[in-house]
Design a protein around this ligand. Structure first.
Ligand SMILES: Cc1cc2nc3c(=O)[nH]c(=O)nc-3n(C[C@H](O)[C@H](O)[C@H](O)COP(=O)(O)OP(=O)(O)OC[C@H]3O[C@@H](n4cnc5c(N)ncnc54)[C@H](O)[C@@H]3O)c2cc1C
Length: 674
């Protein structure tokens, strides 16, 4: 029988359930580590297991008995808890604090005795804090202090020890020190340990039993070697990664794949005739008679020709093309279809409709067979996309009359659905694109997919899937000519049949975690959506997807009354369009936000946050939090300076937790996006 067990446990704050009908057995004498993304319910679960939260459903059994039917002191003799941020009285010494761990063992008739003294000494010895015994706690370093807290929990001499993020705020050496102490305790005394930890690699190294949590439910549990897989990390943390054996401990080691600084596959370089070292000595294929360099060229041709074709990758390639699983060079990693391995795909589209949806808005509808692969699961909001605007003769801001584009580089052809590429090549595309000469690469601009209609939709112009994009035309007159940024100029003169390459999410591999509109209200039921015209498409999309029962305000500042658009929502969110007219950009929005979210009465909120705290640093333009359990959530997007001011107001003046406020600088005054 497990010493501690949760049965159908539901834990909730204010009727919002955080842990949902969860059942879990904590193996006796082992170290169990609970991992999961921020806000997944890890700490709440620990509090529930420690009897600090009364279940809204189910129960926790301690040694077979419902923990809530047992007296607190009795529980404290069996179970010690180290919370995430414990606080100590001013001036208290290490010995005094560790001594507090003995409280559960004292009572009316049992005073401090030699047994208590010995327990304190043992705890300090095990945690290496004996030398610090007479020092006040506030003089110690973070690592030392954490060891003292652990000593206090140890002095309780319980069979079970629960620790919530015991390594937070510690440098890596102290993190290992703390986890080593806990392991030692487990190995020498057989203490059953449960730890909430955010570092997956440390968790994999120190756990006997790993529990992965997502949205308050267990996704996987067992030995780290079986639990930590690339699929699990993607599912639980939304992070693509590689998992390799940790060369030090042999446990799984997670290597995140970011967007930048990812090694480029030798195979793909080789296919382009580039060798970091000597070209490999390749024996000609039997009967081909071709030397190795010629074969490399043939491979290049094959890769590029197949990448350019829309359908079957073997079609269109003059030379015999490598099929999925083949490799361009002997010994190189095999090639696979882009849609099997790349989260981001390049979609070839052409304009099938252009409509004016306001004085300053143009809706361009794009169609293309590639779009059958576009999407982020059933997450209609996460469709942030990049448009590849072909290079213009001026290489920068375009002028309306002469903006006819040159050819786009074929850098992205291997990322089109159906194209073949090596697995490592699926990432690093942005860096590769940036490295191209400025005059050849064109411009990349970020937009929102306002609507996506699958093939056969009754509103489609033809038989292919379609995407609508709403462009804000921020044109200005210079020297008597209309000019603007490359995307604006492209949209201003878009015509039926024009082609455009769109980079966006691969429906086969992306879900709600694909970076996008970043609307993650968690369990909030009251929301504030605020933005300028560039955020209008995103706000309208959010409004359309909101369920009934959500209330709040959507505030959208647009240049003129003619830019007000029809928006629909099932929710109870009220929508207010704010035509700017002659007001400075952002002024109306700021005042509407202020009247929607009033500053609380003096003293009602004490955030203690100074501006630096709020802004993190001067250049940050984007901060979004993972879903929280707060009842209120704000989502702000638009001109970076304006959005930053709004966010300052909400966090610093109105006292909102910064995790409740997502803010995104969609563009910057006076600064090109690219
Ligand atoms: C996630 C995300 C989603 C977005 N969704 C949309 C969308 O759906 N529709 C949309 O129109 N925009 C959207 N934007 C904003 C868009 O990416 C920028 O406006 C972009 O700068 C336009 O590119 P450009 O080539 O026309 O101008 P740039 O070359 O980037 O800029 C040229 C000049 O124009 C100014 N400028 C840029 N944008 C504006 C503007 N909106 N008003 C006034 N001046 C401006 C710049 O400060 C610069 O001085 C989004 C941005 C992000 C990050």
């Amino acid at each position: 029988m497990a010493l501690l067990e949760a049965q159908d446990l539901t834990l909730a704050y204010d009727a919002v359930s955080i842990v949902d009908e969860l059942s879990l057995q904590l193996p006796k004498g082992e170290v169990t580590i609970i991992v999961g993304a921020n806000g997944c319910g890890k700490s709440t679960l620990l509090r529930g297991l420690a009897r600090l939260l009364k279940p809204a459903g189910g129960k926790v059994l301690l040694d077979g008995q419902d923990i809530h039917t047992r007296p607190a002191r009795e529980v404290a003799k069996m179970l010690g808890l180290l919370p995430q941020t414990p606080t100590a009285p001013d001036g208290i010494t290490v010995r005094e604090l560790v001594g507090r761990g003995r409280y559960p063992h004292q009572g009316w008739f049992k005073r401090w005795n030699a047994e208590d003294e010995a327990a304190v000494e043992r705890a300090m010895k095990l945690t290496g804090t004996t030398d610090l015994a007479e020092r006040p706690i506030d003089e110690l370093s973070g690592g030392q202090r954490q060891r003292v807290w652990i000593a206090m929990a140890l002095a309780q001499e319980t069979e079970l020890l629960l620790l919530d993020e015991p390594t937070t705020y510690l440098d890596v050496a102290h993190q290992l020190e703390v986890l080593d102490v806990i392991s030692e305790l487990n190995r020498t005394r057989g203490t059953t340990v449960v730890i909430v930890l955010h570092d997956l690699n440390l968790a994999a190294r120190y756990a006997d039993h790993l529990v992965a949590l997502k949205h308050g439910k267990i996704v996987a549990a067992g030995h780290p070697a079986t639990v930590v897989t690339e699929d699990l990390v993607k599912n639980v943390f939304g992070m693509p990664c590689r998992v390799i054996p940790d060369p030090v401990a042999g446990t799984p080691l997670v290597l995140p794949i970011g967007r930048h600084r990812v090694l480029r596959a030798e195979s793909v370089l080789a296919a382009r005739g580039i060798y970091r070292t000597q070209p490999p000595e390749v024996e000609p294929a039997p009967g081909s008679g071709a030397p190795s360099t010629v074969r490399a060229e043939a491979a290049e041709e094959a890769v590029e020709a197949t990448a350019a074709s829309t359908g079957d990758p073997a079609e269109g390639a003059g030379a015999p093309a490598p099929g999925p699983g083949d490799s361009p060079m002997p010994g190189a990693p095999p090639l696979r279809r882009a849609e099997e391995i790349s989260e981001m795909l390049a979609f070839a589209t052409r304009v099938v409709d252009v409509a004016s949806v306001g004085k300053n808005f143009k809706r361009v509808t794009f169609a293309g067979a590639d779009l059958a692969h576009f999407g982020a699961g059933d997450a209609p909001l996460d469709l942030r996309i990049k448009l590849m605007i072909p290079p213009t003769p001026t290489h920068g801001a375009g002028v309306l009359e002469n903006a006819t584009g040159a050819e786009l580089p074929d850098e992205f052809s291997s990322l089109r659905p159906g194209a073949l590429l090596a697995e490592d090549e699926a990432s690093g595309w942005y860096r590769r694109w940036l490295a191209l000469p400025e005059g050849e690469r064109g411009s990349m601009r970020t937009y929102t997919a306002r609507a996506l209609r699958p093939a056969g939709h009754r509103d489609n112009r033809g038989g292919e899937p379609e995407i609508d994009i709403d462009f804000v035309l921020h044109l200005r007159t210079e020297g008597g000519r209309l000019t603007g940024g490359p995307a604006t100029v492209w949209a201003a003169q878009a015509q039926l049949g024009d082609e455009l390459l769109i980079l966006g999410p691969n429906a086969a591999l992306c879900d709600a975690n694909y970076g996008g509109i970043e609307f993650r209200p968690g369990t909030a039921t009251r929301i504030l959506l605020a933005g300028d015209e560039t955020a209008a498409p995103a706000i309208c999309s959010i409004l359309e997807s909101l369920p009934a029962g959500i209330t709040g305000h959507a505030l959208i500042e647009v240049p003129t009354t003619e830019d007000i658009q029809g928006s629909s929502t099932r929710s109870g969110v009220s929508v207010q369009w704010l035509p700017r007219g002659s007001h400075p950009h952002g002024e109306l929005l700021a005042s509407a936000v202020r009247s929607t979210v009033a500053i609380p009465a003096a003293g009602a909120v004490v955030t203690g946050a100074d501006p630096e705290d709020v802004d993190v640093d001067e250049t940050i333009l984007w901060e979004t939090a993972t879903a929280s359990t707060q009842p209120f959530y704000a989502w702000l997007a638009g001109e970076a300076g304006m959005i930053k001011e709004l966010r300052r107001y909400l966090v610093r003046d109105a006292g909102m937790d910064r995790k409740q406020v997502a803010f995104m600088g969609y563009w910057r005054r006076g600064k090109s996006e690219g």
